[in-house]
Design a protein around this ligand. Structure first.
Ligand code: HEM
Length: 525
């Protein structure tokens, strides 16, 4: 039994806490939203947007300040564009901003609540994150797949050599997408896209459609009245993409299960030891069969994770290489220095490889400089799960926070001569301490914190080697808009951006590769 004195104490503490809570809430409700442009009824600020959202947000921030509040139809957005604000949202208040907003297309394509990349910060997400970092994208697994990445890179170089000999043009944009898609499809499903491999070709096409639809602007996501109308046919398209992807993955998983069943019947358990595990699908099926597992992985979870990885890995990696090669074409002195570095490391006796990475500091600086100006994902988008006060401003629960890393990369208050491509800035003075792993809030190409990109270690294995091999073996004759040849150093290629979930160059990189050394004797194909 509780005595009277204790009861009185409990009641008093409860009253005190309530008073305090009410006061804090009152204080919060007096707080204002961050500055905001004038709104229109119903559509809010939708009329102020442009297809390149990060550019539209940067322009508004220049007018209204580094923290702005926007209402896009019925959805509230907050845009933050300085490193201290990025830190405040993504580190100080990390738990409030560790979820993402799910729109209609994401919900439909990624198996509703089975997705990892868009999952709320909950037990399922934590389980998948652990699986991703310790097994699927852990160093040991990545290392095991080195021969696949090397073989793919060598095949890619071989194709370019043939084109170079025949003086034929290459669509480098397409070729890079195929390369990164082949690498991740093989790591995940042991399939690759080639003239005959129908499944892999279909997956490549579908992944493109997924990336496109996730990046497009769907009016129904923002205006409540239109939600049911599907004016732009988004729901129909998303349903169709989902149906085709699902049918394809069903058949891939069915074949794999059959294979696993047979190999078990023959007394050879594929998954007993690490060494025998083949690809991500094998690992996922193995985890889904574990009865003691903390989370029971369903087939939908497996299919959704494969989709998450394929979409997250393909475009981002290919786009990064293309932006780097385009910047090098426009900056021949930087290109020459980078070629010298690669030649020194390889002694011109072999093709550059992943193990060379620690000896390529200039190439790493080129990657940082490319990601400063062209982060493949231009904004880090998170959803606030509760009200939050940032710099004295009220940020309402449910609003979408966009940390505009693209704008920060071009801000003259942060970078000297921000529009100049100058990798050296990362090799000297304060710049030499800036990393891209999420601790430096002025450079967040892979995001930061718990929700930061789990694919960064894989991407950072691929990028120096692909860029290094391309500049080691080739220079480029590029065609301008009118079909004229642009000479490296004499004319610049266009660096406009195309809208989407990721930000690629607006125009495909098409040109004739000109060999600077014959890599054929070094190729493993
Ligand atoms: C140059 C290459 C890449 C770039 C620039 C990049 C960038 C990003 C960024 C900015 C995010 C959001 C981070 C945040 O909210 O803080 C992200 C998330 C993610 N990335 Fe990457 N990424 C790349 C490659 C990859 C690869 C190769 C994979 C997988 C194989 C991958 C898988 C993912 C996944 C699954 C997420 C969602 C994580 C979560 O929500 O918890 N990414 N990436």
């Amino acid at each position: 039994m509780i005595d009277h004195q204790t009861l009185l104490l409990i009641v008093l503490v409860a009253i005190l806490l309530k008073l305090l809570f009410d006061r804090r809430n009152k204080e919060k409700s007096y707080l204002k939203h961050p500055p905001s442009p004038p709104t229109l009824p119903i559509i809010g600020h939708l009329h102020l947007l442009k297809p390149l959202l990060h550019q539209a947000f940067r322009d508004l921030s220049l007018q209204y300040g580094p923290l702005i509040y926007l209402k896009l139809g019925s959805t509230q957005f907050v845009v933050a564009s300085t490193p201290p604000l990025a830190k405040e949202f993504l580190k100080t208040n990390e738990l409030t901003y560790s979820s993402r907003k799910v729109n209609m297309a994401i919900d439909m394509v990624t198996y509703h609540n089975a997705t990892f990349a868009f999952a709320p910060y909950d037990t399922y997400w934590k389980f998948m994150k652990k699986l991703s970092t310790t097994q699927l994208l852990g160093n040991k697994t990545i290392e095991k797949f080195t021969p696949i990445r090397t073989k793919e890179l060598h095949e890619f170089i071989q194709i370019l050599v043939r084109k170079s000999k025949a003086q034929e043009s290459v669509n480098l944009t397409e070729a890079l997408l195929r390369l990164s898609n082949n690498i991740i499809s093989q790591m995940m499903l042991s399939i690759k896209s080639s003239g005959t491999a129908k499944q892999a070709e279909e997956i490549k096409g579908l992944i493109r459609e997924v990336t496109r639809i996730l990046g497009e602007f769907n009016v129904s996501d923002f205006l409540v009245f239109f939600r049911k109308l599907d004016l732009q046919g988004f729901e129909k398209r998303a349903r169709d993409i989902h149906r085709r992807y699902d049918a394809l993955l069903e058949s891939v998983i069915f074949d794999r299960k059959e294979k696993r069943r047979k190999s078990k019947g023959e007394g050879c358990d594929d998954n007993d030891g690490d060494e025998k595990i083949k690809d991500f699908l094998d690992i996922l099926l193995y985890v889904s069969e574990q009865k003691e597992s903390e989370i029971k992985l369903t087939k939908n979870h497996v299919k959704s994770l494969i989709l998450d990885y394929l979409t997250a890995a393909t475009d981002t990696t290919a786009i990064s290489v293309e932006w780097a090669i385009a910047e090098l074409f426009n900056n021949p002195k930087v290109l020459k220095k980078a070629q010298e570095e690669v030649d020194k490391v390889t002694k011109k006796e072999r093709l550059v490889c992943e193990a060379d990475s620690p000896n390529l500091p200039y190439i790493h600086a080129i990657i940082k400089e490319t990601m400063r100006l062209h982060p493949p994902i231009p904004m880090i988008m998170r959803k606030g799960i509760e009200d939050c006060v940032i710099n004295g401003n009220m940020i309402p629960k449910g609003s979408v926070t966009c940390v505009n890393i693209w704008a920060m990369g071009r801000d003259p208050q942060i970078w000297k001569n921000p529009l100049k491509f100058k990798p050296k800035r990362f090799l000297e003075g304060e710049g030499s301490t800036i990393e891209i792993k999420g601790q430096n809030f002025e450079m967040l190409p892979f995001g930061t914190g718990r929700r930061g990109c789990p694919g960064m270690p894989l991407a950072m294995r691929e990028l120096p080697t692909i860029i290094g091999a391309l500049i080691q073996c080739f220079e480029w004759k590029i065609f301008g808009f009118k079909g004229e040849i642009l000479d490296c150093g004499k004319s610049k290629i266009n660096m406009d951006e195309r809208p989407g979930l990721t930000v690629p160059r607006a125009n495909n990189f098409i040109g004739v590769p000109v060999a600077r050394l014959n890599p054929i004797p070094f190729l493993l194909v």
